[in-house]
Design a protein around this ligand. Sequence first.
Ligand SMILES: [Zn+2]
Ligand SMILES: [Zn+2]
Length: 263
Amino acid sequence: MARFCPLFSGSSGNCLFVGGSGGNILIDVGVNARAVERALNQIGVEPSTIEAIFVTHEHTDHIAGLPVFAARYGIIVYTSKGTLDYLEEKGYLRPQFDARVIGEKGVEVAGMQVMPFKTSHDSRESLGFRIHTPDDRKIAVATDLGRMTQEVRDGLTGCDLVMLESNHDVRMLENSSYPYYLKKRIMSDVGHLSNDDCAAEICRLAALGSARFVLAHLSLENNHPALAFQSALCALTQMGFKEGVDFELSVAPRQYPEKVTVF
Ligand SMILES: [Zn+2]
Ligand SMILES: [Zn+2]
């Protein structure tokens, strides 16, 4: 059994809950500690049962609540060397929690094997994670990436559930009031993944057997949940896959959990 629940997703804050028969973990704490506590309570999880926090990268929407939450519950934090250096430089580390570098081979925590993979993003050393639960469920999470790389593909391939960034609709972004440099940054190889790129990757994964997809880190200004959903749905349908039969598709809510996926 695995339990998966995006608590917060998007540029206003990210936090993801993953539970297995051996324990619970979080990926990123990008909203304040109280909000995370409320969200966890909403899905019936005691914050004190979180055994580790895995941090993708140092952008505020991924670490804003990290020092307070990790210190309050004495939770061990794992991240890349680059992100850890940043956290140390900026005074995010506290004596109340242990922060460690996750090596290439990953770590085993809460009965889960958590493997990092590098993502292409404008940060020190951003990561995605592939999680193998004790009951042989595989979950992959990749947000904040400008493009798909072979390393990310390897991390996602063969997972039962994949949460992938579906950040923006290219036309909405092109026509938005964002300044040129920001549009360029988002569309660059170290920016964010578009709906089209996400849909194409999901099709590839579906053809290889993945069946649960969660679209994440949607832009508030340059996307709509329905648009991201439709773009992935159309692509999958065109490939001959049927929703509810061959795959399940959902959009991670911006704020507060909507449902826990148990599989
Ligand atoms: Zn982000
Ligand atoms: Zn970022």
